[in-house]
Design a protein around this ligand. Structure first.
Ligand code: 1PR
Length: 571
């Protein structure tokens, strides 16, 4: 028997593979809308959206989709907008003041401020797990004891956006809308909204684990009001705490990321490996590449343990042309079929020439391949350092030609992570280098020098450049990077905890979110980095791969320390 269908409007760039996978997981088949004519014949439509409000709405307008969508909605047929697909329902957005939306909701989107009312900083874009809670007093249209499209007040959903629809209690509800709310750094905004046949979420349900799949399933099944789901059981919750009393990061839970460094071993198989200070070879006489397991299986395992994101770094890519690296694309395709949290892929994202076909590929071409295989973000390492050097050589002028700029323009800032591989350099005093230094609490044990800067490296730490981390992160933020993955070669694989001095310093320099990486050896290191710095997420590798701790043990520990995490829900 053929499966029921839903029509999907992919008007942007083809990076919605995970949505297709989520729809298929819910038992439905996707039919693609290729022209405004197809909208007429569609019964249920999903309008996903990533990137820039102006680009999305202008391209919908110029290709004739806006009247077709309006007619679909007016005909009373089911419509589901996701992210910019929600924003399209509004009149407009600060992001593109001269571009109009569908104006079904007569208000406009605003940009998040970098500080809250008390002056506390918050990262923009807002990336992470947050609420979508119905305000019981305000929502006139609701059925007691039922949930709206499967939304649950105890679940968390994955958001990534810089612009938001401000929530004013009661206003939209009085016009018959049902509204679910989230809050970020003191600003309340609309997380989900619906009326009659229209439903939309600012969060990405296809990236929100079981909680998100439930929302997609409810829309596809036309189940507007459903029985509530039991709240997840948190066995470790101390008696004096409840979920809502745990400390959040500006409203977001503390993100825990599992990272898999992948490379070919000496028998030619792609394996997850793990280094000490980036040396991934065994210390025994064999000197073989350390084999920690199979990439897809391990990614699934961490998803089921509650990882909030999974990152793959293809660590041999600086030698091999990634265009030929089909196994890495296959790893992404397979992983995205069953892992419904954000997937990042790094390694070899730069302009390149295929050594066999001699064909030229831009960094954007490479990123496209990864996005269409299921990646949500790409992570750029070496190429970001070289681009930053050029940026300073060019009097801090943007050329528009770098991979970061091209990918950010096409897919949005949130899709571009810059992975930083710094090494500490000690100096006797700040005047002995042109680089900015800090006084460290951990002076060089040999020389006793107590001033330090962090030199950027490329090619997996093999080459140190005359550019420091502060210069790098400022430059890539200006180019349009959306997040910093902050490694430390000194700490990698040492199990001694994160480099808090480095993390604090970088957090001060940029507004975009920062992920702490390198050095996690036990759950308390995660609690330490979240409590002692303002970092937005923390990543672990070796301690998970060696089976010493699970992601759920890390999250349990964070809860006992009073820090909020996304509770894992069974699929
Ligand atoms: O330069 O754009 O081709 O990207 C290459 C990417 O591969 C970079 O992101 C770089 O960080 C990474 N990479 C290259 N060589 C290595 C290596 O290990 N030999 N791995 C490497 C970097 C660092 C983290 C690691 C954390 C946490 N790995 O990803 O997982 O340090 O480890 P821990 O929790 O066990 O301490 P490009």
């Amino acid at each position: 028997m053929s499966r029921p269908t839903v029509h999907l409007l992919d008007y942007v760039a083809g990076n919605i593979r995970s949505l297709v996978n989520a729809i298929e997981k819910c038992g439905y088949e996707v039919e693609w809308i290729k022209s405004p004519e197809d909208v007429k014949n569609a019964e249920k439509i999903i309008l996903p959206g990533v990137g820039h409000f102006g680009h999305c709405l202008s391209s919908l307008e110029s290709s004739g989709y806006l009247p077709a969508i309006r007619a679909h909605i007016e005909a009373g047929k089911p419509f589901f907008g996701i992210c910019v697909g929600l924003q399209a329902l509004f009149a407009g957005s600060e992001e593109a003041p001269h571009v109009s939306g569908l104006n079904l909701i007569p208000s406009s989107l605003k940009k998040f401020q970098p500080t809250d009312a008390e002056g506390k900083r918050k990262a923009v874009p807002c990336i992470g797990w947050n609420d979508a809670i119905l305000n019981e007093r305000q929502n006139a249209v609701r059925i007691p004891d039922k949930t709206y499209y499967g939304l649950s007040p105890t679940s968390k959903y994955y958001y990534v956006h810089s612009y938001f629809a401000p929530y004013v209690p009661g206003v939209l509800e009085s016009q018959g809308w049902t509204v679910a709310v989230a809050s970020y750094g003191g600003e309340e905004y609309i997380g989900a909204i619906g009326r009659d046949n229209v439903f939309a979420t600012q969060f990405h349900p296809e990236k929100s684990g079981a909680a998100g799949l439930r929302v997609i399933q409810a829309f596809l099944d036309g189940a507007m009001w459903t029985d509530p789901v039991p709240p997840p059981i948190l066995t470790t919750m101390p008696h004096d705490l409840t979920l809502s009393t745990l400390s959040k990061n500006n409203g977001l839970t503390h993100r825990v990321i599992a990272c898999l460094d992948v490379r070919t071993n000496d028998s030619g198989d792609l394996v997850v490996t793990k280094g000490d200070q980036y040396d991934v070879r065994e210390k025994t006489s064999s000197k073989g590449v350390r084999n920690m397991g199979k990439p897809v299986d391990m990614a699934r395992k961490y998803y089921l343990q509650g990882a909030d994101e999974v990152t793959f770094l293809n660590i041999t890519s600086f030698r091999d042309c990634p265009v030929q690296d089909l196994p890495m694309l296959e790893i992404l395709r397979l992983t995205s079929e069953s892992v419904f949290v954000p997937l990042t892929i790094g390694g070899g994202i730069r302009d390149t020439v295929d050594p066999v076909t001699k064909q030229q590929y831009s960094a954007l071409d490479i990123a496209k391949l990864y996005f269409s295989s299921g990646a949500d973000k790409v992570s750029i390492g070496s190429d970001a350092v070289l681009a930053a050097e050029e940026y300073y050589a060019n009097d801090s002028q943007l050329t528009g030609k770098t991979g970061i700029e091209a990918i950010s323009a096409a897919y949005g800032r949130q899709a571009v992570v810059v992975s930083v591989d710094p090494k500490r350099v000690f100096v006797e005093d700040p005047t002995s280098t042109s680089h900015q230094t800090i006084k460290t609490n951990h002076p060089d044990p040999v020389t006793g020098h107590a001033y330090v800067y962090y030199a950027c490296t490329i090619r997996g730490g093999r080459e140190t450049r005359d550019l420091d981390v502060v210069q790098l992160v400022r430059a890539v933020e200006a180019m349009g990077a959306g997040e910093i993955l902050l490694n430390s070669i000194d700490r990698d694989g040492q199990n001694q905890g994160y480099d808090l001095e480095l993390i604090r310093w970088v957090k001060r320099e940029v507004q975009i979110p920062v992920i702490a990486s390198s050095g996690a050896g036990r759950p308390s290191h995660f609690a330490e980095v979240f409590k002692m710095t303002a970092v937005d997420a923390a990543l672990g590798a070796g301690m998970f791969h060696r089976g010493e701790y699970t992601v759920s043990q890390v999250k349990d520990h964070l809860i006992t320390e009073g820090l909020s995490v996304r509770p894992f829900e069974e699929s």
